[in-house]
Design a protein around this ligand. Structure first.
Ligand SMILES: Nc1ncnc2c1ncn2[C@@H]1O[C@H](COP(=O)(O)OP(=O)(O)OP(=O)(O)O)[C@@H](O)[C@H]1O
Length: 496
């Protein structure tokens, strides 16, 4: 996969059809202690472009884990997973049977998608019905929700009308850029297609948003419509990705509701997420009235390929030594460390760098273009360890991530109650589309132990404790998972 070498233009026109390449990965939510990534246009600088490398499913993972190439014994590959009716990647149909245009089929094949996943197979026919119907859809992390709503959008665009016809909203600029990359990539054979990001960008001040598909953050979209830079009159599809997060968070929820109110006439409202907690689903149903609904039970949400582990650290300050020890063992892996506070992210960056680790850090304290550089460096493999807050807990798709570390157990804003949704999204940054990965949570006292176990109970899942006094056993457990032949592979490698 090419690193962040070429920067797509601000307005992304469908590129010339390319020879099929190896699949690349693509890429993402604000923390309780973070501001929403989106701010009114004049607050945070940004970028219009999709992330340099985030065409999900379209290339080999640049920061692939060399461990995965050795001693691979387990031969369960994507085709096998997709043939298992109990697997979320299973489908009884082919993309051809889903009545997609030839241009879209070419786009899908170029991304090396061989067969739809369960959510793609179930959601697409319902999304494509005419007259269009609203949809609320849930499926496990990394199972291809982006492609499901993107294929609906690209199937419904009138290419002769270069005006915003579809508006996709996401909770962070990183996720918005990633989704933009996927739509642009998937629609590359649709001649004349224009896609654009609507995230804070000081260089665009006063410029109009003239593209068929816009992907942005709610505050910017609202601001641009109000300033008459984004004409909402042709919008026929409104998608909220990570919809539970968008509707549940005070500021974001209000902005989404306002954007919706600013779109005239009738349009299709589509809400996707891996989680729809009970207290959000009623609001979601008011936001998308009479929607077709695809939901899952809590216990169906964890991904089999993600091995969940925990270590009981001697004290809160002692967590750092455990982390270092851990990285001493696992230096090759591409990984994300999640912390609760921006300050912890910054401190960890300084300490780990001083201890000789090459790490990158991304939190709400960084300006937009600096954030873009960090995430692009992580996607390209230039940075293998990413320290971040919940700002990137959701949606970010980097296929080569084989390890997620919860340096802090995810909790609600009060810091006491466990946050099962954030836990699920965080660990879901690994184990994408049939790959395997490790999710390690550090606990250090009774409250953190209780929080983690409440989360495990909620999902009826097992979190295996690792012994602090036997690092050989720890190493053995971890390497067993990440040496699996499915660890950090590209879609092509998985399919062969
Ligand atoms: N049919 C398919 N065949 C092969 N790979 C696919 C297919 N559909 C999607 N993918 C790949 O699976 C990965 C995960 O997809 P995506 O990011 O859309 O997941 P998601 O369900 O939105 O996850 P999350 O809940 O974390 O946001 C991407 O790398 C994408 O390219």
């Amino acid at each position: 996969m090419a690193a962040a070498e070429s920067t797509p233009p601000a307005t992304t026109e469908a590129p010339k059809p390319a020879e099929p390449t190896e699949p690349t990965e693509s890429t993402q939510a604000p923390a309780a202690d973070q501001p929403a990534a989106d701010q009114p246009a004049d607050e945070k600088p940004a970028d219009e472009k999709p992330a340099a490398d985030q065409v999900d499913g379209a290339g080999s993972p640049a920061n692939g884990n060399p461990l995965a190439d050795t001693e691979a014994k387990v031969e369960v590959k994507l085709a096998d997973l997709q043939a298992d009716p109990d697997n979320p990647l299973y489908s009884a149909k082919t993309f051809e049977e889903l009545q997609l245009s030839d241009e879209l089929l070419k786009g899908i094949h170029q991304m090396n998608f061989r067969k739809p996943s369960k959510i793609q197979e179930k959601a697409l026919p319902l999304l494509l019905i005419n007259p269009p119907q609203n949809m609320i859809a849930q499926s496990q992390s990394g199972t291809g929700k982006t492609a499901a709503f993107s294929l609906n959008i690209l199937s419904r665009i009138d290419i002769n009308n270069v005006a915003p016809q579809a508006l996709v909203l996401a909770p962070s600029r990183e996720l918005a850029r990633q989704i933009l990359g996927v739509i642009t990539h998937m629609g590359q054979f649709i001649e004349g297609l224009k896609t654009m990001a609507a995230v804070p960008d000081p260089t665009r001040r006063g410029m109009k948003y003239e593209a068929h598909v816009l992907v942005g953050t709610p505050g910017t979209a609202m601001d641009m419509i109000r300033r008459r830079l984004l004409d909402p009159r042709s919008i026929k599809i409104l998608v909220l990705d990570e919809a539970d997060n968008m509707l549940d968070q005070g500021g974001l929820g209000e902005q989404c509701t306002r954007v919706k109110a600013l779109i005239p006439g009738s349009f299709q409202t589509v809400l996707f997420s891996a989680t729809f907690p009970d207290h959000v689903i009623n609001f979601a149903q008011r936001f998308a009235p009479n929607a077709n609904v695809i939901t899952l039970a809590h216990e169906e949400l964890t991904i089999e390929g993600i091995k969940q582990l925990c270590i009981d650290c001697p004290s809160e300050p002692g967590k750092y030594d455990v982390l270092l020890k851990f990285y001493g063992l696992m230096s090759q892996a591409s990984s994300i460390i999640f912390v609760r506070k921006k300050q912890t992210a910054e401190e960890l960056e300084v300490r780990m760098s001083a201890d000789g680790h090459k790490v990158a850090q991304l939190s709400g304290n960084l300006e937009g273009d600096a954030r873009d550089r960090v995430i692009d460096a992580f996607r390209s493999g230039e940075a293998k360890v990413l320290i971040t807050t919940n700002v990137l807990a959701r949606g970010i798709d980097v296929q080569s991530v084989t390890m997620v570390i919860n340096f802090d157990v995810p909790t609600m804003a009060n810091g006491r109650d466990p946050d099962p949704e954030t836990y699920l999204h965080r660990i879901g940054r690994t184990g994408r589309f049939g790959r395997v990965g490790v999710a390690l949570t550090l606990i250090h006292d009774r409250p953190s132990w209780d929080q983690l176990h409440a989360i495990a109970d909620y999902y009826k899942t097992e979190v295996q404790p690792l012994p602090l006094d036997d690092w050989d056993a720890v190493e053995e457990t971890i390497t067993k998972v990440i040496k699996n032949s499915r660890a950090g592979k590209s879609t092509v490698e998985m399919s062969n």
